[in-house]
Design a protein. Structure first.
Length: 197
């Protein structure tokens, strides 16, 4: 398995939904018997915790404005998971290569996480919740697909992840005023919630 494309593709996916990445990699490693998947990801306790956290994120990610708060909390988690996956995938690699893979996974996760957060602010400006649900489902499908491809065809997975990342960045640049509007609406939503408490 080519390590750098695997780490970058799974890093991108971790920035969108880290728990689903851990779950998919763990299930592939356990039931697909892919030797390159670190044993730590295939453990039952890891799979159970990842599944529970994925279900929590599955729900949280579909609620307008709450999804942006969830993204804010996940700013520390998603890049860390991307870095840890890079570190675990390095396994017996030399120290420098291990450090590069961990940094690459974390950087890819942080970048895609920031793009996701910005795009979610744009989506939250729409008056109905259906767009949140549709985008969330699309993200989960993309994450599961890219993560699976990262194991089966790392080059293709990296190309898809890069294309999705560049598309997301372009959308953010083109729709920046809507990101700012979404940020203002999120702050107003939080203020209303705080006033109720």
């Amino acid at each position: 398995m080519e390590l750098l494309p695997v780490v970058l593709a799974s890093g991108w996916a971790s920035g969108i939904n880290a728990y689903l990445v851990v779950l998919v990699l763990g299930l592939i490693g356990r039931f697909g018997q892919v030797a390159e998947i670190p044993l730590g990801l295939t453990r039952t306790d890891v799979l159970v915790v990842a599944a529970i956290l994925y279900v929590v994120e599955l729900v949280a990610d579909k609620i307008p404005y709450f999804d942006s708060l969830w993204d804010a909390v996940s700013t520390a988690i998603r890049p860390t998971v991307g870095a840890v996956i890079g570190l675990l995938m390095a396994q017996d690699a030399p120290t420098l290569q291990t450090a590069i893979l961990a940094a690459a996974g974390g950087a890819a996760a942080l970048t895609s996480h920031l793009v996701k957060g910005g795009l979610r602010l744009i989506i939250n400006t729409s008056p109905e919740p259906a767009s949140n649900i549709a985008v969330s489902v699309g993200e989960d499908v993309a994450v599961a697909g890219v993560t699976t491809l990262a194991v089966l065809n790392p080059g293709l997975a990296l190309a898809i992840a890069a294309l999705l990342l560049v598309t997301g960045i372009l959308l953010l640049v083109l729709l920046w005023s809507r990101v700012l509007r979404g940020w203002r609406r999120l702050r107003a939503w939080r203020a209303r919630r705080a006033a109720l408490v």
